[in-house]
Write a protein that binds this ligand. Structure first.
Ligand code: SAM
Length: 277
């Protein structure tokens, strides 16, 4: 097979658009491939992760490498890129020698990756939309292992992450995310910024994980029950955890008619630690 990688002699020559044009890998819907070629946007995404000096970074889905190349311009210790599409993994294996041992390619489904294989301090990714919430949920279980995550989601999903109580977007994912991290919207992107353009808007979100004491599995299963039927009263959905659920809710200042969507993240923490006792 022709080694088109040899067309590039230095990393300075590379841009995502040149990589895309050189290798001509057609985009596939099945892997959520919507690429970002605008260097200014990619730089802004990477800059929002803060100081990367000496850090081990992981990116899911480099594709033609818009974000990858911006990360590699920083004084990082190492960048692991995890790519499911064999064609793009092959491209980056060929180009990796231009980066003095700082770039390592993992050809794998990120859902199947054991993070201990990589132990990143920072994760930056324009996530494939079809697996974005599953991946986030997987990382949330051990969120405090990471210092920072900067991730792109479709806007509707991002809205759920920082949603406040008593709004349409507030749900289990909002509570889990805000319990485990400081979560901030960075900026929105119109679909026209991507090739090919997706049907929906996108949003870059930054997470700064925090240490929490409550057990993740217990927290998550209470939230499952609480939000499974959003309109049901908590006294009904959480009765199995405590016979005196009315009393617990009243001590937190809520009436017995309260529903999950009205409870703040702080109060969920208090409520769940009472249910654990
Ligand atoms: N980072 C590039 C950019 O911003 O232009 C590409 C982003 S594109 C939205 C998503 C990338 O993730 C594609 O390269 C796709 O092949 C890859 N991908 C999709 N599903 C994946 C999975 N389960 N594990 C690893 N990579 C995946």
């Amino acid at each position: 097979m022709e080694k088109r990688q040899t067309l590039f002699h230095s990393s300075d020559q590379l841009t995502a658009k040149k990589v895309f044009d050189t290798f001509q890998n057609r985009t596939t819907k099945k892997f959520g491939q919507n690429f970002l070629f605008d260097t200014n946007i990619n730089r802004k995404i990477v800059a929002s992760a803060g100081d990367l000096a000496g850090k081990v970074v992981m990116e899911v889905g480099p594709g033609p490498g818009g974000i990858t190349l911006e990360i590699l311009k920083r004084p990082i210790k190492k960048l692991f890129i995890v790519e499911i599409d064999r064609r793009w993994a092959e491209v980056w294996r060929g180009l990796s020698e231009l980066f003095n041992g700082k770039l390592e390619v993992i050809e794998k489904d990120a859902l199947k990756l054991r993070e201990e294989e990589v132990s990143p301090q920072v994760i930056i990714s324009n996530l494939p939309y079809n697996v974005s919430t599953v991946l986030l949920t997987k990382w949330l279980a051990n969120f405090d292992k990471y210092e920072k995550l900067v991730l792109m989601f479709q806007k509707e999903v991002a809205d759920r992450l920082y949603a406040k109580p008593s709004t349409k977007s507030y749900g289990k994912l909002s509570v889990l995310t805000q319990w485990k991290s400081e979560v901030e919207k960075v900026f929105d992107l119109d679909s026209g910024c991507f090739t090919p353009p997706p049907k929906v808007k996108s949003t870059v979100v930054k997470f700064t994980p925090k240490k929490v004491s409550e057990d993740y599995n217990f927290f998550s299963s209470v939230l499952n029950d609480a939000f499974l039927h959003r309109r049901k009263l908590l006294v009904k959905t959480l009765r199995k955890y405590a016979e005196n659920i009315e009393e617990i809710l009243e001590n937190l200042g809520y009436s017995r008619l309260v529903r999950a969507e009205e409870i703040s993240v702080k109060d969920f923490q208090k409520l769940i630690s009472c249910l654990r006792k």
